[in-house]
Design a protein around this ligand. Structure first.
Ligand SMILES: NC(=O)c1ccc[n+]([C@@H]2O[C@H](COP(=O)([O-])OP(=O)(O)OC[C@H]3O[C@@H](n4cnc5c(N)ncnc54)[C@H](OP(=O)(O)O)[C@@H]3O)[C@@H](O)[C@H]2O)c1
Length: 279
């Protein structure tokens, strides 16, 4: 089987960044290492994990058994809510590196702002230090609303390179995506298949998929990639892993895009990080 050829966007400093990465949450236990290694072997070069997922060791092991040069792979991990703070974030991150078996991660994100703790800014200062020390290649945030991101920028002058947010045709998040564009922040979509919102059953999505001889998942991913948004679909199935990263044959037109616009449930349907916290 030929390796997938995955398109890239660029981080603010010009570093190429794959537009299609691989999500790993819920990949634990039997089959997790093999499943993640299969994704690497088929061509994925961006992996998404987090301290909270309890699978960083499996991700590290998958990288080792895959036979892929680790320098070619960008591993993302995230600082858990309970590890926020100046020193705790550093200690938590070093534990992540130990579990991954890597000297540095490709990208480190603050997993959720968790405003009740009031520690996001201190955590951000630690990520800035980790990058300066060469312990993290790139740094960013996840689930930050524009005003929460702005607070970090105003206080430190350092712009997160990536914000990973809940986004799919069912949650288009246009205001947040526009804010990212203005500031040179790459938008990365979690839940890009919209399963939590029942996106796969939507008639409009199915109609566009039939027209292009594609699956509804592929249409959801193509739509995001066309907007220069990074997607990180998770699949334990090698065939679906390949399908999710094989989008070159799909060219959406204006009529398709118009139809997909109607699927947006609006900002209020997304998890609200002023209230939703994770630890
Ligand atoms: N930052 C955050 O707060 C946050 C939150 C949630 C997720 N994430 C990250 O984002 C990644 C993706 O999000 P997600 O896992 O929630 O959702 P997702 O990738 O949108 O959907 C995954 C689900 O869709 C199924 N699936 C995958 N490909 C498919 C296809 N081609 N056709 C039909 N079904 C398919 C998978 O089942 P099979 O495995 O059986 O294929 C799985 O049940 C996560 O793995 C995680 O790394 C981050």
């Amino acid at each position: 089987m030929s390796a997938l050829s995955i398109p890239s966007t660029s981080l603010a400093d010009g570093t190429p960044f794959p537009l299609i990465g691989f999500g790993t949450s819920s990949m634990r236990g039997t089959g997790a290492v093999e499943g993640i290694a299969a994704a690497l072997r088929s061509g994925y070069r961006l992996l998404d994990t987090a301290a909270q997922y309890g699978n960083e060791a499996a991700v590290g092991e998958a990288l080792r058994i895959s036979g892929i040069d680790p320098d070619e792979v960008l591993v993302t991990t995230k600082i858990a809510g309970g590890d926020q703070g100046r020193e705790a974030a550093r200690a938590g991150y070093l534990e992540s590196l130990r579990r991954l078996g890597l000297p540095r991660a490709g990208l480190v994100l603050i997993h959720w702002p968790n405003p009740s703790r009031g520690l996001a800014l201190e955590t951000w200062r630690t990520l800035i230090d980790l990058k300066e020390e060469g312990l993290a290649q790139h740094i960013g945030v996840s689930n930050f609303r524009p005003e929460q991101t702005r607070e970090l920028i105003d206080a430190t002058g350092v712009v997160p390179e990536v914000n990973q947010i809940q986004l799919s045709p069912a949650l288009q998040r246009r205001g947040t995506v526009d804010f990212h564009r203005e500031h040179g922040i790459v938008t990365e979509a979690w839940g890009p298949l919209g399963g939590r919102e029942g996106l796969g059953e939507q008639f409009a999505l199915r109609r566009v998929a039939e027209k292009h001889g594609a699956t509804p998942s592929q249409i959801a991913l193509r739509w995001a990639v066309d907007r220069d948004i990074v997607v990180i679909p998770k699949s334990s199935d090698p065939q679906r892993q390949r399908d999710n990263a094989s989008l070159d044959h799909i060219a959406l037109d204006d009529a398709d895009r118009e139809l997909l616009t109607t699927l947006d449930l609006g900002e209020e349907a997304a998890w609200d990080s002023r209230e939703h916290e994770e630890w």
